[in-house]
Design a protein around this ligand. Sequence first.
Ligand code: AMP
Length: 289
Amino acid sequence: MGEATPAPEALRPLVVRTRTELRTALATAPRPIGLVPTMGALHEGHASLIRRARAESATVVATIFVNPRQFNETADFEEYARDEAADLTTAREAGADIVFIPTVEEVYPAGSQTTVRVGALTEALEGAARPGHFEGVTTVVAILLCLAGAERAYFGQKDAQQLLVVRRMALDLGIATEIVACPIVREPDGLAMSSRNVRLTPEQRAAAPVLRASLLAARAAYEAGERDGEALRTAIRGVLAAEPLAAPEYVSCADPATLRELARVDGPALLSLAVRFGSIRLIDNDPLP
Ligand code: AMP
């Protein structure tokens, strides 16, 4: 018996850790390339992005990088879940061809002194609650988009403001990659999947679907004819107030293009919120109509 030839499946995904390895792998990769940037701790939400990229691309690149520059709380960065072996299995099963797992030094070369900052869009909501967060996001996403030179990059609607900010950045900087929005993937009880969910205590986990429930209460009010922005925000706050473990950070009913709070909802709107359960901070959103 001769040696078994490994099936191509067994070689996937190709793991690359340096800029040079990524460039080399992509130089001969069939196009179009689809890029899925993540911070790892991959779950079904990430997998849905990779599957979408798989369906639309000849080469799928996922990136795993827990970006220190976008964390405004040291504990959140240090406690962020990391499991490379599990992530590679998830990435392979979802269809990734290449997984880029760089070190901090590889992403930010020694002496790095460039940041990318988007304006007013980053000042509301997550930007107001997490100083410096979006500068970290836009800087790393700009670097990843430049390194990959992908035709498309896939982002989750779960981070609705991030999606808007990344789109704005790509347009402003003339980055040719098309930014593709993908729907929020939820647990059966409605909780939006998040790498932070695993850090909730069982009691907090049981309470966490209140984010979705509060958004649905506002949606129900909207569908019953409510068009007053503050009344919709109050509907969300009312449901959250009934859950003692939930500490709301912000509740918003905003223009989905500018993220300015709306007095009246005469067109599309974005309902969004951030809620703390102990030290864990969760976000969710729902676009109206
Ligand atoms: P993260 O690893 O949290 O930085 O997320 C990487 C990408 O996955 C971002 O574009 C997120 O919006 C997206 N994502 C995270 N959670 C979900 C989810 N539950 N549904 C859809 N996309 C998600």
